[in-house]
Design a protein. Structure first.
Length: 415
């Protein structure tokens, strides 16, 4: 690699995540790849993607989102990665020895503006952490039998709001809604008092769009998973509590969902695959796969730079991404490139509080104070900045996800 970076750099040549950026001087949105401290503008080097499955599709790198590139078969994604690793390698002079090309195609990350990497047509959020589901079940249902009967039989999920998915650094506003306390006879209208973060990960769908009635069998799901991002599923617990029966969350979730700007490809994550969790009872046949598809990803959450959560609990997720996608399509629901699938809150066991994935759990439904620096709180305060981090640690390199940062602003009814 001719661009130098430290061993703990999030974006080494082993990573090469995709994103969409612009600059203050050029507002045009372009597809880029993160490498070291730089962003490589793929629209400038599109002519270098001359492999079998890309030579007739070089125009996808001129788009303002990744959707067109995502829509290509997964073999094209692999070819693009191989080309990028070659031309960015130490032994290739294509970019290294061309000062004019470097000046046009390379930008410092600190000088660019990041945007949503894809147009998200549909968004589904799953509920696939055994520990999170158990923790919430113990709080609100039965301490001795916290899981609902269906939870170990299928990947529970719900359809979320795609329009309010935003990229890291986008302001989030404390939402208004109806709130009813246990002591009140009727609900009141006002800003939420119990805004929370949820530590999640999510994956983007790739490949050609399917048709209504077409399923994606589990043995083909890997070809449809383009890559992963960090996700903060902001939640207003008091609004959610009053509204969610009988159809589930609505205004308590739809006011904002933040994702990190760089999509980490599954090829970059492949060295960190680990065995899937034991599932009992055994899943139905359409959900069964023996190949490992769980990943050893370390996760961290901070509020105002004070770290609250450090764990690697993504490896403890009960349902895999393959199972989530196979279940999602088993009824014939079609998928499109750019669709986003959330993991659900990533949490650890009740005996390990620093591995909880939300303030609901950290405060145990408001019964415990949470220390943030020299302050204490139960849920988020106005002007709190929540940042999610994630990485896989290799031998001499790190695959980082970048930042998933959002600031909670005071309630505002813009008109």
């Amino acid at each position: 690699m001719f661009l130098e970076y430290p061993v703990d750099c999030e974006f080494p040549i082993e990573n090469l995540p995709y994103g969409v950026f612009s600059t203050p001087q050029d507002k045009r949105r372009r597809i880029g790849v993160a490498i070291g401290d730089y962003v490589l503008d793929l629209s400038i080097i599109k002519h270098l993607f001359n492999s079998k499955n890309l030579i007739n599709h070089q125009n996808v790198f001129e788009e303002e989102t990744l959707n067109a590139f995502m829509s290509l078969p997964c073999v094209a994604w692999k070819e693009a990665r191989a080309i990028l690793q070659r031309i960015l390698g130490r032994n290739d002079g294509t970019i290294r020895d061309n000062a004019e090309l470097r000046a046009k195609a390379l930008f410092l990350q600190k000088d660019v503006i990041m945007h949503l990497p894809a147009t998200v047509g549909d968004y589904t959020d799953f509920y696939s952490s055994f520990y999170h589901a158990s923790n919430v079940g113990m709080m609100f249902r039965n301490k001795d039998d916290p899981l609902l009967p269906n939870w170990k039989w299928l990947p529970v999920g719900y359809h979320g709001r795609a329009s309010s998915i935003v990229v890291s650094e986008t302001p989030i506003y404390r939402p208004y809604g109806q709130i009813k306390t246990d002591q009140a006879d009727r609900p009141e209208f006002g800003p939420s008092k119990l805004v929370d973060f949820e530590l999640e990960m999510a994956f983007f769908i790739g490949g050609p769009a399917t048709n209504v009635g077409e399923i994606v069998p589990i043995e083909k799901t890997a070809d449809r998973i383009f890559g992963m991002v960090l996700m903060n599923d902001w939640s207003a617990r008091d609004i959610q509590k009053w509204e969610y029966v009988p159809l589930g969350p609505f205004l308590g979730k739809s006011f904002g969902t933040t994702i990190s700007p760089w999509i980490i490809t599954m090829d970059a994550l492949a060295p960190f695959v680990i065995a899937n969790p034991v599932q009992e009872p055994a899943p139905m046949s359409y959900l069964q796969h023996n190949d490992p598809y769980t990943f050893n990803i370390h996760l961290e959450v901070s509020i105002k730079h004070f770290i609250l959560i450090i764990h690697k609990c993504f490896s403890n997720m009960y349902w895999t991404m393959k199972q989530q996608l196979a279940h999602h399509t088993i009824n014939g629901c079609n998928i499109r490139p750019g669709d986003l699938m959330g993991s659900g809150t990533v949490s650890g066991p009740v005996l390990s509080e620093n591995s909880f994935g939300s303030m609901l759990e950290l405060s145990w439904n408001g019964t415990k104070k949470i220390t943030v620096g020299n302050q204490q709180r139960i849920f988020l305060h106005d002007n709190d900045v929540v940042n999610l981090k994630g990485w896989c640690q290799g031998d001499g390199f790190r695959i980082g996800f970048g930042d998933c940062r959002g600031k909670l602003h005071p309630a505002s009814m813009k008109k």
